[in-house]
Unconditional design. Structure first.
Length: 345
C-alpha cells in the first residue's frame, strides 16, 4: 500500500543514542547527532511537531536539550521511567492527534517492538538507520507548507500556556474564557486561503461533518462557483492566533441551502466556539428565506459533529447507511457566546 502523504503530524524521539550519542546518566558528556538536529529543524519548518519519550532523569535531560538548543522544539516531553507506549499515548492525548499520526524514533529494538505491540498504529523508526532518507519519505512530507505550518509549534506552545493558566484559574470555565479577549472571524475564502483549506480537510477528523477531503483545485472551483459559498474561520485571543481553524461549504438553493461540509480544528474544542460558524450559516440561509440541510457522514471519529447538529436544533430527515441528512427550519438560532467577538465580511 502506498504511504499516505503527510500522515505523520508528530515525531516522538528517544534521547540516548538517538538524539545524541551516548547515555546521559552514564557518560555525562554526550554528543549531539548533528543530522538529527538538522532533521528536527527541517521538519519543524514543514509544520511537523516533535516530542520526546525517553527513560531518563527529566531535569538532566531537559538541561542537555537546552544546552543543545533543542528544548523548545519538543512539545509535552515525556521523560520518565515508564513504558514508551504509555508516554506516546500521553503525547497523543496532549496534542490531540491520533496515534496513526505519530512516528517513534528509538535505537533499541525492544523499545520499538514494545510500542508496535501496544500501539500498532504508531510508525516506528530505527534511530540508527538512514534518518535523512527515512524522514523524507511521503509519510513525513505534507503536500503544502503554509504560513501556519511554519508557526504550528508556536501555536501549540501558546495553547499549552493557555491550558496552564486555565488550570490555575479559580473561576468558572465561562469566566476564564471571558478573560481571553477572543475574536472569531468568518470570511469568504480567498485564493490565498486554499492551501490551508485543503490542509484542514486532510488533518481534521473529530470535528469534520463528512470526513471528505477536498483538493486545492476542487476548493478553487467551489470558491468561484456562483452556487456555492466557501467560508473560512479564524480565531485570535490575547495570547496570539489560533490560525484558520474552520471551513464550511454551502450550496445555495431553494427551498433549502445544503451544508455540504463543515469542520473545525480540534485546537479549539475547549474554547466554546464550535457552533459559531454553523450559527452564522443558519442566519445567512434564514435571511435568504431558505431552510438549511446539513450532510453528515459517520466516520467513527466525528461523533462530536453529530452532537453539534443536534444541539443546534437540527433533526435527522434522511439516512442511508453512514450517510445522514439533517434539517433545520431555522426557527431558533443561538447567538454567539458573550465572551466572544464575531466579525464577518
Amino acid at each position: 500500500m502506498k504511504p499516505k502523504l503527510g500522515r505523520i503530524k508528530c515525531v516522538v524521539w528517544d534521547l540516548d543514542n538517538t538524539v545524541w550519542d551516548g547515555i546521559l546518566l552514564e557518560d555525562g558528556d554526550v554528543k549531539l547527532r548533528d543530522e538529527v538536529a538538522e532533521e528536527i529543524r527541517r521538519l519543524d519548518e514543514l509544520g511537523v511537531l516533535h516530542s520526546v519519550a525517553s527513560r531518563n532523569d527529566r531535569d538532566a535531560a531537559m538541561a542537555k536539550l537546552r544546552e543543545f538548543g533543542l528544548a523548545d522544539y519538543f512539545l509535552y516531553p515525556q521523560i520518565n521511567w515508564n513504558a514508551k507506549s504509555g508516554s506516546i499515548e500521553q503525547i497523543a492525548k496532549s496534542i490531540n492527534i491520533g496515534l496513526d499520526a505519530i512516528a517513534f524514533v528509538d535505537d533499541q529494538p525492544f523499545e520499538r517492538e514494545e510500542v508496535s505491540h501496544v500501539l500498532p498504529a504508531v510508525l516506528t523508526v530505527d534511530a540508527l538507520g538512514d534518518l535523512p532518507t527515512i524522514l523524507r519519505q511521503d509519510e513525513f512530507r505534507p503536500k503544502f507548507v503554509t504560513d501556519e505550518s511554519r508557526i504550528r509549534r508556536e501555536m501549540y506552545q501558546a495553547a499549552a500556556q493557555r491550558d496552564q493558566i486555565e488550570q490555575e484559574y479559580s473561576g468558572t470555565s465561562e469566566e476564564f474564557l471571558a478573560t481571553l479577549d477572543m475574536k472569531f472571524t468568518i470570511s469568504r475564502a480567498q485564493e490565498a486561503d486554499l492551501q490551508r483549506a485543503e490542509e484542514l480537510t486532510v488533518r481534521t477528523n473529530q470535528l469534520n461533518s463528512t470526513g471528505r477531503t477536498y483538493s486545492y483545485e476542487e476548493l478553487d472551483a467551489l470558491r468561484t462557483s456562483p452556487d456555492h459559498l466557501l467560508l473560512v474561520a479564524s480565531l485570535t485571543d490575547r495570547y496570539g492566533s489560533y490560525g484558520k481553524i474552520g471551513l464550511a461549504l454551502v450550496e445555495r438553493g431553494k427551498p433549502a441551502w445544503h451544508l455540504r461540509m463543515m469542520l473545525m480544528s480540534c485546537r479549539v474544542m475547549s474554547r466554546g466556539v464550535g457552533t459559531v460558524l454553523l450559527n452564522h450559516i443558519m442566519g445567512l440561509a434564514k435571511a435568504d428565506g431558505a431552510k438549511l440541510r446539513a450532510e453528515f457522514v459517520e466516520t467513527g471519529r466525528n461523533r462530536m459533529m453529530y452532537v453539534t447538529y443536534a444541539f443546534a436544533g437540527f433533526t435527522e430527515v434522511e439516512r442511508d447507511g453512514s450517510h445522514l441528512v439533517f434539517e433545520s427550519d431555522l426557527a431558533t438560532i443561538q447567538p454567539p457566546p458573550a465572551y466572544l467577538v464575531v466579525e464577518t465580511d
